[in-house]
Design a protein around this ligand. Structure first.
Ligand SMILES: Nc1ncnc2c1ncn2[C@@H]1O[C@H](COP(=O)(O)OP(=O)(O)OP(=O)(O)O)[C@@H](O)[C@H]1O
Ligand SMILES: Nc1nc2c(ncn2[C@@H]2O[C@H](COP(=O)(O)O)[C@@H](O)[C@H]2O)c(=O)[nH]1
Length: 195
């Protein structure tokens, strides 16, 4: 990615199980300097998830405090838990002229669009509905009822794909990662949110 990369806020969104985390991990494997925001969440950690790396795992009181102190660029309730982007690291990153990537759901993407219109919004789409179902089930990280809740939300998220600047189909992780790298390095005006 290199130090000449433009400062741009990019949001990657898309339904649960489409492969956002997988594609971002592939981008970071190739370009370890790509900076990805670490969200706060009230969700409990999955096996293997590390506090401060995958998420800042917080309780409801701490999440309330983050909201009350304007500590979040955006936040949303999703399938019974709250998720939000700590604003300070994103601001610092963009102010230093370095790009930032957020991996968030639809409500949060809409908030970023309202607050930082220059941000680039990328929607990661599944090749088909049945493939999305099978990826979510195959991951096996949620019980069936939670998978069903996530798939109900996914229908509405797929309907909103037209709100995004670019749609990337995750038919193949390497190909989708190529496309995302291209978008992350494309020139843009750059923006410091909230200023
Ligand atoms: N292109 C692909 N082809 C086949 N399987 C894939 C592909 N991309 C991701 N997967 C698999 O799909 C499952 C879901 O991927 P992942 O956890 O990255 O999704 P996600 O969009 O980040 O989900 P969530 O929003 O719930 O965190 C994983 O088991 C992953 O290995
Ligand atoms: N609005 C936000 N959504 C976020 C954030 N961090 C993650 N997410 C999204 O939540 C769902 C569920 O995530 P999971 O880890 O429980 O599978 C998924 O779409 C994430 O992209 C955030 O800070 N804000």
């Amino acid at each position: 990615m290199g130090s000449n990369a433009p400062a741009r806020l990019t949001v990657l969104s898309g339904p649960s199980g489409v492969g956002k985390g997988t594609v971002v991990a592939e981008v970071r494997r190739r370009h370890p300097d790509v900076w990805v925001s670490v969200s706060a969440t009230t969700r409990r950690p999955r096996p293997g998830e590390v506090h401060g790396t995958h998420y800042h795992f917080v309780d409801d009181a701490e999440f309330d405090r983050l909201i009350a102190t304007d500590g979040l660029l955006e936040w949303a309730e999703y399938a019974g838990n709250r998720y939000g982007t700590p604003v300070a690291p994103v601001r610092e990153r963009l102010a230093a002229g370095a790009p930032a990537l957020l991996e968030i759901e639809l409500q949060g993407a809409r908030q970023v669009r309202a607050r930082a219109p220059e941000a680039q919004l990328v929607f990661l789409a599944p090749p088909s509905w049945t493939e999305l179902q099978s990826r979510l089930a195959g991951r096996g990280s949620e019980p069936a009822a939670v998978q069903e809740a996530r798939l109900r939300i996914a229908q509405a998220e797929l309907d909103a794909a037209g709100e995004f600047d670019v749609v990337v189909v995750n038919d193949d992780v390497a190909r989708a990662a190529d496309e995302l790298v291209g978008l992350l390095t494309a020139p843009s005006p750059g923006l410091v949110p909230g200023e």
